[in-house]
Design a protein around this ligand. Structure first.
Ligand code: AP5
Length: 222
């Protein structure tokens, strides 16, 4: 079960990954969260990444590719993983293909969550994330926590991300359309692309993806 989640910023990749991780017992490997952890720890990599992230630009490939290709070899990813935020351009997609070949693994599916640009802006402007675990994601109106400003899952404080400002969100969208969207054809040609309507409620999107992944898992065992 080697899965990648694709879609524009704010499509709900993190929201769905958090649910699918529990359904299928695979780790959620999110490049954005890994980079934010490096920033929080004050590492050199984090320092290098921060200025790109705050501006909504992609972090250079050499930083990301090594980080991810090493991470998918960790013991907890031996039976599969859910990759979120990678690959984001052709160079990263080729590096992932090469890593699969080297590890004698293959991609099970690329799950695309589709959402219109204006909805992305609405969602990201109201997004709040858990300060302790950024996989715990909320929205002030669309998916609020039970108690304002507090994470339902671990009681930590909820905060707004630096790159969730409108101008930065629009720059991230431009980059998605120019660099990441062309990858859809690559996975479609390989028969691996599965599309989901991300404009539905988080529960409906989750139900659709879960059913598709469950079918794929069944097919793998036959
Ligand atoms: P990253 O952290 O990966 O951000 P992103 O791809 O822009 O995606 P988001 O986390 O913003 O959105 P999401 O789809 O996970 O949506 P979410 O579930 O939170 O990357 C950040 C930066 O890191 C990049 O800009 C870049 O600089 C760098 N980076 C990362 N990977 C890189 C790479 N491979 N190469 C180079 N640089 C890289 O949901 C959004 C909101 O909507 C939430 O509030 C949620 O509650 C709400 N919501 C979710 N689903 C629904 C729904 N169905 N209906 C209503 N509301 C919903």
């Amino acid at each position: 079960m080697n899965l990648i989640l694709l879609g524009p910023p704010g499509a709900g990749k993190g929201t769905q990954a958090d649910r699918l991780r529990e359904d299928f017992g695979v780790p959620h490997i999110a490049t954005g969260n890994m980079l934010r952890a490096e920033i929080a720890e004050g590492t050199e990599l984090g320092e290098q990444a921060k200025r790109y992230m705050d501006a909504g630009e992609l972090v250079p490939d050499e930083v990301i590719v090594e980080m991810i290709t090493r991470r998918i070899e960790d013991a907890d990813a031996a039976d599969g993983f859910l990759l979120d935020g990678f690959p984001r351009n052709e160079q990263q997609a080729s590096s992932l293909d090469e890593a699969f070949e080297r590890l004698e693994r293959r991609l099970t599916a690329a799950l695309l969550i589709m959402v219109a640009d204006e909805e992305v802006v609405r969602r990201l402007s109201g997004r709040r994330v858990c300060v302790k675990n950024p996989s715990h994601v909320y929205h002030v109106e669309l998916d609020p926590p039970k108690h304002e400003g507090v994470c339902d899952q671990d009681g930590s404080r909820l905060v707004q991300r630096e790159d969730d400002r409108e101008a930065t969100i629009r720059r991230r969208l431009e980059i998605y359309h120019a660099q990441t969207e062309p990858l859809l054809a690559h996975y479609d040609r390989a028969g691996l692309l599965r599309r989901f309507d991300g404009q539905r409620s988080p529960e409906e999107v989750h139900a659709h993806i879960r059913a598709t992944v469950a079918t794929l898992r069944l097919e793998e065992t036959l």
